[in-house]
Design a protein around this ligand. Structure first.
Ligand code: HEM
Length: 348
């Protein structure tokens, strides 16, 4: 289905839901992610230029140049090397729950795990991580939330990243940010804004979707006790509950006909992955990590995090069960993302 509708904030959008349409539009160069190709009706986040010059707002060839740099950090070999860190992080978070009768797995587990992993990868010091989590949560408030607080949080993240990049520039370490700075200085391949924006995107993208995927994955597994956590289970969970359910937004650079409708140039198109995955005519893999040039660069890392996070929690607390009926678990009031605001469980 391809329909025109309005978002809760009143902005007009086209929703595309058929699998074949979503998949082909994701690979279609006539759809741009660059907001300057939009007619201005899309609100989205209002980010300063130093955070906005990120991959998800950029078309080729700029996109290709930056993507090449960052994809080197997420090769299967590098992700394999991160598995012990993910495991230690999961173990430490679960150790901290020992002896407790109850927990909120979003607050105590699904939230802190990805932020630790991405911070380690990028080189964000441990003492700064709680601040970063608070700012991110505030920034990602659903529409109708406190916009002034969200703007302040964005300002804090921006200032923090500038400080962090200055520290890494003065004293390079073995982390990804230091490597990206070196790439910037070597032949000027990244502008300063592109560098800051990339750091920002990696922190946000490496965090939000993964928190949601772990949270919803645990909810599904606790509702279906005995399901083994295999790579196939992880794919099925991602397919059923894509965290970025409507996050894939595009602007046609010319009128495009799809599913009997015309997507007019400059209007906002949202590709509804959750519906596409459920399409009875689906032929091909799920689209929860996107498709085409913007396909999630962190997908191998996300898969490893999910497999370890879900498997470890269920093994460590085999009697764990939901503290309230599954239908009463609260979801974030957001059209953009599919994630839980809490997951209360009984541990013993
Ligand atoms: C379950 C977890 C995750 C999900 C469901 C997810 C989903 C997605 C999707 C759907 C896109 C494409 C967006 C579009 O085409 O508009 C994307 C892009 C991206 N993701 Fe992920 N992601 C996850 C985890 C991660 C992690 C852990 C990282 C990094 C550490 C990451 C980094 C990125 C980046 C940098 C992009 C932009 C790629 C580009 O524009 O070329 N993601 N992700």
């Amino acid at each position: 289905m391809t329909v025109r509708t309005e978002l809760p904030d009143g902005s007009p959008v086209w929703l595309v839901t058929r699998y074949t349409d979503v998949r082909s539009l994701l690979a279609d160069p006539r759809l741009s992610v660059d907001k300057s190709n939009g007619n201005g009706s899309w609100r989205g986040f209002s980010l300063p230029p130093a955070l906005d010059a990120n991959l998800l707002n950029m078309d080729p060839p700029d996109h290709t140049r930056i993507r090449r740099l960052v994809s080197q950090a997420f090769t299967p070999r590098r992700v394999e090397a991160l598995r012990p860190l993910i495991q230690q992080t999961a173990d430490a978070l679960l150790d901290a729950l020992d002896g407790r009768a109850e927990a909120d797995l979003v607050r105590d587990y699904a939230g802190p795990l990805p932020v630790t992993v991405i911070s380690e990868l990028l080189g964000v010091p441990e003492t700064d991580r709680p601040d970063f989590r608070t700012w991110t949560r505030t920034m990602l408030l659903p529409p109708g939330g406190d916009r002034a607080a969200a703007a302040r949080a964005i300002g804090s993240i921006h200032a923090y990243l500038q400080r962090l990049l200055a520290v890494k520039r003065a004293a390079p370490a073995g982390d990804l940010l230091s490597a990206l700075i070196a790439a910037r200085e070597d032949g000027d391949r990244l502008t300063e804004d592109e560098l800051t924006s990339l750091a920002f995107l990696l922190l946000i993208a490496g965090y939000e979707n993964t928190v949601h995927a772990i949270g919803t994955g645990l909810l599904t597994l606790l509702s279906h006790p005995g399901t083994p956590v295999t790579p196939e289970t992880v794919e099925e969970l991602l397919s059923q509950e894509p965290p970025a359910s409507m996050l894939l937004r595009r602007f046609p650079v010319e009128d495009i006909e799809v599913g009997g409708a015309v997507l007019p140039r400059g209007e906002t198109v949202l590709l509804v992955v959750s519906e596409a995955n459920r399409d009875p005519d689906r032929q091909g893999g799920h689209l929860s990590f996107g498709h085409g040039v913007h396909y999630c660069v962190g997908a191998p890392l996300a898969r490893a995090e999910l497999e370890i996070a879900l498997g470890t929690a269920l093994r460590r607390f085999p009697k764990m069960r939901l503290a309230i009926p599954a239908e009463e678990v609260r979801w974030l009031p957001s059209f953009r993302a599919r994630g839980l605001s809490e997951l209360p469980v009984l541990l013993g």
